[in-house]
Write a protein that binds this ligand. Structure first.
Ligand code: FAD
Length: 313
C-alpha cells in the first residue's frame, strides 16, 4: 500500500502500518527537512486542532508513545517541565491527559500572567526526530520514494493513505483546508530548564521551547497566509515577547528562523474515503498539533486499513 506524504503524520502512519504487517511505500514530494513538520517547535500541545474529543483521545495516545521515546538514543525526544499560561475565563481540558499536572503558583508564573498549569511534557527536536522516524520506517521495511502525486488514480497500491498535510484536500476534492502560517526564531539555548506556552498573550501567541541545542521562540498563527519567508518585523516582536517572559534569553544569539504553514481544517479528517475500488484512508488537517496527534491518528489509520486489507497487502 502507499502512504502519500512523508511529514510526521505520513511517516508515523507508514511505521504503524508496517508494524501491523503491511508492505508499505511512502511517496513524498519533499524530503522531511523541507516539510511543515520540520518547522514544528515541537512540544506536545493540542493547539488549533479539532474536534476536541477526538483530539484529546489521539493526543493521549501520542503522549504515551512520546513519553516512552523520551531519552531513547537518537529520537530527539525529551521530557521537560514548564508552564501553560491561562488567560481565558473557562476551564481548559486539553491538559487533562497529562499526569502530574497541577495549578501553577504565583511565583511560577511570568509577569502579568493570571493563572497557569505546571506539567512535564514531551519536547520533540524535529531535526533529530524526523531522521529517526525515517530510519525506523526503513528498518521496518518501508520503502520511501520521492514523488509528487497529482491524481490519486495514478498512485499504485491496493490501498492508499492520504497524509500529505495541506496538499491532501485537493487530492480528495476537499476545499476545507486552510493554511495557518506560523513564524519561529531559534536562539542559542543558555541552558533553559523549562518551556513556556502563552497562547493568549495580549500581544500575540507566545511560546518558548528549549531543546538543548537551541530554543524555539514563537510565534504567529495567521489564517490564510501562504508566504514562507520570515518577516524581520514579526521576528523582532516574537523575540521581544519571548525575552520579556523569559529574561534568560535576553542575550541569546539568533541561530535560525523559519515559517511553516500548519494544515488547518475545521476538523481533522480521519476516515475511509474509498475510491477507485480500493481502500483509501484520509489523515490530514492536524493544524498546530500534527506531532501531538501523530501516534494516536496513526493507530486509527492502521485500524481503518485493517478492515479492508489483510496484512502483507
Ligand atoms: C511554527 C509552527 C510550530 C508548530 N509547533 C508544533 C508543536 O509544538 N507541536 C505540534 O504537535 N505541532 C506543531 N506544529 C504543527 C505541525 O508542524 C503540523 O501539524 C504537522 O507538521 C503536520 O504534519 P503533516 O505530516 O500532516 O504535514 P507536512 O509536514 O506538511 O507533510 C506533508 C507531506 O506531504 C508531502 N506532499 C505534499 N504534497 C504532495 C503531493 N502532491 N504528492 C506527494 N507528496 C506530497 C510533503 O512533501 C510532505 O512530505 C507547528 C507548526 C508550525 C508551522
Amino acid at each position: 500500500m502507499t502512504v502519500v506524504g512523508g511529514g510526521v503524520v505520513g511517516l508515523t502512519c507508514a511505521l504503524e502500518l508496517a508494524r501491523a504487517g503491511h508492505r508499505v511505500r511512502v511517496l513524498a514530494a519533499d524530503p522531511p527537512e523541507r516539510t511543515t513538520s520540520a518547522v514544528a517547535a515541537a512540544i506536545w500541545s493540542p493547539y488549533r486542532a479539532f474536534p476536541a474529543e477526538a483530539v484529546q483521545r489521539w493526543a493521549a495516545v501520542s503522549l504515551g508513545v512520546l513519553t516512552g521515546l523520551a531519552g531513547q538514543e537518537g529520537t530527539g525526544v525529551t521530557l521537560r517541565p514548564g508552564t501553560v499560561v491561562h488567560r481565558g475565563g473557562g476551564p481548559d481540558g486539553r491538559w487533562d491527559a497529562v499526569p502530574g499536572r497541577r495549578p501553577a503558583t504565583a511565583a511560577e508564573l511570568p509577569p502579568g500572567a493570571p493563572a497557569g498549569t505546571r506539567c512535564t511534557l514531551p519536547v520533540v527536536a524535529m531535526g533529530r526526530y524526523l531522521p529517526w522516524l525515517l530510519a525506523t520506517c526503513r528498518a521496518a521495511g518501508v520503502r520511501v520514494e520521492q514523488g509528487r502525486v497529482d491524481r490519486l488514480d495514478d498512485v499504485a497500491g491496493d490501498a492508499v493513505v492520504v497524509a500529505a498535510g495541506l496538499a491532501s484536500g485537493p487530492l480528495l476534492g476537499d476545499g476545507s483546508g486552510v493554511p495557518i502560517q506560523g513564524q519561529v526564531v531559534r536562539v542559542a539555548d543558555p541552558g533553559l530548564p523549562e518551556w513556556l506556552l502563552d497562547e493568549d498573550h495580549p500581544d500575540g501567541l507566545t511560546y518558548v521551547v528549549p531543546r538543548g541545542s537551541d530554543v524555539v521562540c514563537g510565534g504567529t498563527a495567521v489564517e490564510g497566509a501562504t508566504g514562507t519567508e520570515p518577516d524581520p518585523e514579526v521576528e523582532a516582536a516574537v523575540l521581544a515577547r519571548a525575552r520579556a517572559l523569559v529574561p534568560a534569553l535576553r542575550d541569546a544569539p539568533v541561530l535560525s528562523r523559519a515559517v511553516g504553514l500548519r494544515p488547518g481544517r475545521p476538523a481533522v479528517r480521519l476516515e475511509r474515503v474509498d475510491t477507485g475500488g480500493r481502500p483509501v484512508v484520509a489523515c490530514y488537517g492536524h493544524g498546530g498539533a500534527g506531532v501531538t496527534l501523530s501516534w494516536g491518528c496513526a493507530a486509527d489509520v492502521a485500524a481503518l486499513v485493517r478492515c479492508g486489507v489483510g496484512p502483507s497487502a
